[in-house]
Write a protein that binds this ligand. Structure first.
Ligand SMILES: Nc1ncnc2c1ncn2[C@@H]1O[C@H](COP(=O)(O)OP(=O)(O)OP(=O)(O)O)[C@@H](O)[C@H]1O
Ligand SMILES: [Mg+2]
Length: 455
C-alpha cells in the first residue's frame, strides 16, 4: 500500500511541483490550497504525512499543525518555511512538527526528509503494535477471550505458591504452555523446568527416569544416573500425560510427594526433593479412578489446584489472533492484510476443532508451506469443509409440524441435483456424474428412475 501524503500550499506551482515529484517516488499524493480544505480532506481519510507551507492566507500552517496534532496525532507533519522566518521553524518544532525545510530547498533534501519521516512513523507503529501484543499475551499464549483471561489470572495467582497443580484439558489446548507459564511466573523461574511425557516411557524405565539409579541396579545400569527429580531440583517438574503412569509407580510417586524425599533405584540414600510438581492429562482421571487405573490419593495430592484449559470452540474470538500469530511464526513476517478471507473465517469459526490450537496451528503451517499468503476457503482442509457442509445441511433441514413425505421429498432433491449437474456440464453425463461424486452407472440409473435419461 502506498503511503499517503497531503500537500498544503497556497502557491499552485509549489503544489504541482511537489505532487509530481512525490508521485514519481511512488507516494499517493493529494493537495489542498489552504488549511481549511486540508482539514476537510483529513476528515475524509487518513494521511501518513502532511507537508505544509507556514505562510498561507486564512488559517496558517502553524494553526493547521496544532489542529492536526490534536485530532490526528499519528500523522507526521513537515513544515515548509522561508529563510526569513526562522522563528516559525522553532515554533513548529515545539508544536510537534516532524521537521521543517526552508525554501528554496534541494529536491534530494526533501525526498530524504519525507522518507525519514515515514520510516520513523513505521517504527512508532511497530512499537505500538509490540506493546499491544505484549499486553494481549501471557507467557507464550495468544488470546484474550474471557476463558483465557481467567486462566492467565489463575496462573499468576497460583504460580507463587509451591503447591502441585493439575492441568486438564483436551488435546492441543496448550497444557504444556500453561505448565511453562506457571514456572516462568514462579519464584523458581531461574531454576530448571523439566518436562517428561509419562506416556512415552516404557513402564519398566519410568522409575529410573524419575528417580535415577545406582550403578548395577539393573542390567544396563552401567553407571550412577541422576533422575529427573534431581535435574529439576529447586525448579519445576512437569509430568505430562500423568494418567499413563503404571499403578505401582503411582504409589512411589505419592510417597515422594508426601515425604519430599526419594531414593535412586538400587540406592539406599534418601535424597531431598525440592521440586514443584505440575501434572497434565487429557484423560478423565476421575473416570480412571472409578476403573481402578488411577489412585485416588495421588489424584488429590496432585490436584491441589486444577487448571482447566478452555477448548478452542468455546473461544472463537481467539481464532483470528491465533491465525495471525501462527502466520508470523511460520513466515517470520507481519501478515500484509487480514490473515483469512471472510469466507474462510466463517467455515473456521463454525468448526469444533477437536484438535484445538494444535489443529489450527497445523492448518496455518500447511498453508504457509504451500506459499499461500492468506487462508482462503480453498486452502482449508477437507474435513473442515465437509463439516461446514454438514452443518449447512443441518441448518437447512427442518421437520415441519405436520410431518413430511420423506421419499417424495428426497426424490425431489435428488432430481434437482441431477438437473443442476447436467445444466452445469452442458449435458455431458460423465462430467455431471463426476460432479455429484457418482459413478456413471449410478448416475444413469438415477436419470432413468426419474425418466430424465433421454433429455
Ligand atoms: N493460546 C495459545 N496461544 C498460542 N499458541 C498456543 C496456544 N495454545 C496452544 N498453542 C500452541 O499449540 C500447540 C499445542 O499446545 P500444547 O502442546 O501446549 O498443547 P497440549 O494441551 O499439551 O496438547 P496435548 O494434550 O496434545 O499434549 C503448541 O505449539 C502451542 O505452542
Ligand atoms: Mg502436551
Amino acid at each position: 500500500m502506498s503511503r499517503k501524503i497531503l500537500i498544503v500550499d497556497d502557491e499552485t506551482s509549489m503544489r504541482e511541483f511537489l505532487s509530481i515529484l512525490l508521485g514519481r517516488e511512488g507516494y499517493a499524493v493529494e493537495s489542498a490550497a489552504d488549511a481549511a480544505s486540508a482539514l476537510m480532506l483529513l476528515g475524509e481519510h487518513s494521511f501518513d504525512l502532511i507537508i505544509s507551507d507556514v505562510k498561507m492566507p486564512g488559517l496558517d500552517g502553524i494553526e493547521l499543525l496544532k489542529r492536526v496534532k490534536l485530532s490526528w496525532p499519528d500523522t507526521a507533519v513537515l513544515m515548509i518555511t522561508a529563510y526569513t522566518t526562522a522563528g516559525d521553524a522553532v515554533e513548529a518544532m515545539k508544536l510537534g512538527a516532524y521537521d521543517y525545510i526552508a525554501k528554496p530547498f534541494k529536491v534530494e533534501e526533501l525526498k530524504l526528509l519525507v522518507s525519514n519521516a515515514l520510516e520513523k512513523l513505521d517504527l512508532k507503529k511497530e512499537n505500538v503494535r509490540l506493546r499491544k501484543e505484549v499486553r494481549d499475551r501471557f507467557g507464550g499464549f495468544v488470546g484474550k477471550s474471557r476463558g483465557m483471561r481467567e486462566l492467565y489470572g489463575l496462573i499468576e495467582k497460583v504460580a507463587a505458591s509451591g503447591s502441585s497443580v493439575l492441568i486438564v484439558g483436551e488435546s492441543g489446548t496448550g497444557k504444556e504452555l500453561a505448565a511453562r507459564a506457571l514456572h516462568e511466573h514462579s519464584p523458581r523461574k531461574e531454576k530448571p523446568f523439566v518436562a517428561v511425557n509419562c506416556g512415552a516411557i516404557p513402564d519398566t524405565l519410568i522409575e529410573s527416569e524419575l528417580f535415577g539409579h545406582k550403578r548395577g541396579a539393573f542390567t544396563g545400569a552401567i553407571a550412577d544416573k541422576p533422575g529427573l527429580f534431581e535435574q529439576a531440583e529447586r525448579g519445576t517438574l512437569f509430568l505430562d500425560e500423568i494418567g499413563e503412569i503404571p499403578l505401582l509407580l503411582q504409589a512411589k510417586l505419592l510417597r515422594v510427594l508426601q515425604e519430599k524425599e526419594f531414593r535412586r533405584v538400587g540406592g539406599s540414600e534418601s535424597l531431598k526433593a525440592d521440586v514443584r510438581i505440575v501434572a497434565a492429562t487429557n484423560r478423565d482421571l476421575e473416570e480412571q479412578i472409578k476403573e481402578g487405573t488411577f489412585r485416588e490419593d495421588l489424584f488429590y495430592r496432585l490436584n491441589v489446584i486444577m487448571l482447566r484449559m478452555p477448548p478452542l470452540r468455546e473461544r472463537s474470538e481467539d481464532i483470528l489472533p491465533l491465525i495471525e500469530h501462527f502466520f508470523r511464526k511460520y513466515t517470520g513476517k507481519e501478515p500484509s492484510g487480514p490473515a483469512a478471507t471472510p469466507e474462510a473465517l466463517k467455515v473456521i469459526i463454525s468448526y469444533p476443532f477437536p484438535g484445538n490450537v494444535r489443529e489450527l496451528e497445523n492448518m496455518v503451517e500447511r498453508c504457509t508451506v504451500l506459499g499461500e499468503p492468506v487462508l482462503d476457503r480453498d486452502s482449508l482442509p477437507a474435513q473442515m469443509l465437509n463439516f461446514s457442509r454438514r452443518a449447512e445441511i443441518q441448518g437447512a433441514v427442518d421437520l415441519p409440524e405436520e410431518g413430511l413425505a420423506l421419499e417424495a421429498y428426497l426424490d425431489a432433491i435428488e432430481k434437482r441435483y441431477l438437473t443442476l449437474a447436467l445444466q452445469r456440464c452442458n449435458g455431458v453425463k460423465t462430467r455431471a456424474a463426476a460432479l455429484l461424486g457418482l459413478t456413471f452407472r449410478s448416475f444413469r440409473y438415477r436419470l432413468a428412475k426419474f425418466g430424465m435419461d433421454d433429455e
